[in-house]
Design a protein around this ligand. Structure first.
Ligand code: AMP
Ligand code: GLY
Length: 422
């Protein structure tokens, strides 16, 4: 197939890497890609979605895969479909599950899907009155996309009221915060569960755990995610079953009733509280770094999974997952997540250890190619990914690879997968 991937991060790189390793020979393009995707594919750079769809038709693209949320919320899938193209991802309407927390919470409520008790409001007094009835901590969320920063976990009522007022006045997140959700705090452990959906049918991938805080032991500010592992032993069949019956099925049924059938990746942010899965939020795309371990764990060709997802054929697919564990350690720039960092050359030692060579790889994210040199250009730069028959073995291999990769200021967490190894 001729395949186009939209995006430029480690998530998109890992999808491309998995496709480039398939038996079938595909022609792969990235828009815009990064300094390393050009080594496995051809990078193009077209910003306008209509122009991009025309390019895709001219280049006989058989399948387009959309990585990040922004183009989905902007309606890139609708535009591609209008041009008669096959594209894997939700429509603009269905992408509201991520684009608007108010929309998402109302869907959860309407279809009786377990979630934290909440109100949604645009009114400061209403927010403050509700906060007065709650026990601490209290969670305040901006409605719109805020690049992962729109959630405040307030330790006191005063802090919650301040956060609500700052959001509603537009001073903290602009338009994205002028409508808010105030909800109860859920105390449990967090999981990322992904369902590949075609509107009617779905396939669930092994549950993963992300590590959102920048520092070891879950300290410091939130990031996009500093590492992940899967499958996590914190999920048993009972939890998978509850997530399917209470969450995925009613969501797919509900979205059909709403006239916005859900096609694409449903990323279910779950908090397990006393053995019960409660939904924190939906995203409408893969998690990053979760994607970087899930793609290589798939035995089913990734291109086939997404093509069948895009063409309503998931019921005909028997999904196969490797009998292995994966651990991904993010290597970020020195100033991440506070500020940008100076570009720095990335040096990867020649890997002589056969075991490491066979069971690890790098997934590249914030990199560019300058004069033939691969440069770290800030944020999350790359991920060292390891696989093994146990989480410990996969983790040791991932950290083994970390020791072979160098750039000025490189920063990692040293405790990825700790919850599974306690
Ligand atoms: P979100 O942007 O909705 O994913 O929220 C970011 C993070 O905030 C989540 O991954 C959770 O760790 C935390 N969070 C969000 N909502 C709640 C809640 N109701 N209770 C506890 N933690 C929460
Ligand atoms: N890893 C969490 C996210 O992609 O939102």
């Amino acid at each position: 197939m001729n395949i186009l991937i939209l995006g430029s991060g480690g998530r998109e790189y890992s999808i491309g890497l998995a496709i480039s390793k398939e038996k079938e020979n595909h022609k792969l393009y990235f828009n815009p890609g990064n300094g390393a995707t050009s080594q496995i594919a051809e990078n193009i750079n077209i910003k306008d979605y209509n122009e991009l769809a025309i390019w895709a038709k001219e280049n006989a693209i058989d399948l387009t895969i959309v990585g990040p949320e922004a183009p989905l919320v902007d309606g890139v899938v609708d535009i591609f479909k209008e041009h008669g193209l096959t594209v894997f991802g939700p429509s603009r309407a269905a992408a509201q599950l991520e684009g608007s927390k108010v929309y998402m919470k109302n869907i959860l409520k309407k279809y009786n899907i377990p979630t934290a008790a909440f109100i949604e409001t645009t009114n400061e007094k209403e927010a403050h009155d509700f906060i007065d009835t709650m026990s601490e901590p209290i969670v305040v969320k901006a409605d719109g996309l805020c690049a992962g920063k729109g959630v405040i976990i307030a330790q006191s009522k005063d802090e919650a009221k301040q956060a609500a007022s700052d959001m509603l006045s537009g001073s903290s997140f602009g338009e994205a915060g002028t409508s808010i959700v105030v909800e109860e705090y859920l105390d449990g452990y967090e999981l990322s569960i992904f369902a590949i959906c075609d509107g009617d049918n779905y396939k669930v991938l092994p549950a993963a755990q992300d590590h959102k805080r920048v520092g070891d032991g879950d300290t410091g500010p939130n990031t996009g995610g500093m590492g992940a592992y899967a499958p996590t032993p914190l999920v048993n069949d009972d939890i998978y079953k509850k997530v399917e019956e209470r969450v995925i099925k009613p969501t797919l049924e509900g979205m059909k009733k709403e006239g916005a059938p859900f096609e694409g990746v449903l990323f279910i942010g779950v908090m397990v509280v006393n053995g019960e899965p409660i939904i924190l939020e939906y995203n409408v795309r893969f998690g990053d770094p979760e994607c970087e371990i899930l793609m290589p764990l798939l035995e089913t060709p990734v291109s086939e999974l997404f093509y069948k997802g895009a063409t309503k054929q998931l019921d005909k697919l028997d999904i196969k997952i490797k009998d292995e564990y994966g651990v991904a350690v993010v290597m970020a720039s020195g100033n991440y997540p506070y500020s940008s960092s100076e570009p720095a050359e990335i040096i990867v030692d020649e890997i002589l250890d056969e075991d490491l060579k066979e069971h690890t790889h790098i997934s590249y994210a914030g990199v560019s190619m300058q004069d033939g040199k691969l440069m770290a250009t800030g944020g999350r730069v790359l991920l060292c990914v390891g696989f093994g028959k146990s989480i410990r073995q996969a983790r040791d291999r991932a950290y083994g690879l970390c020791g072979q990769v160098h750039f000025a200021g490189k920063k990692i967490r040293t405790d990825i997968a700790y919850q599974a190894l306690k």
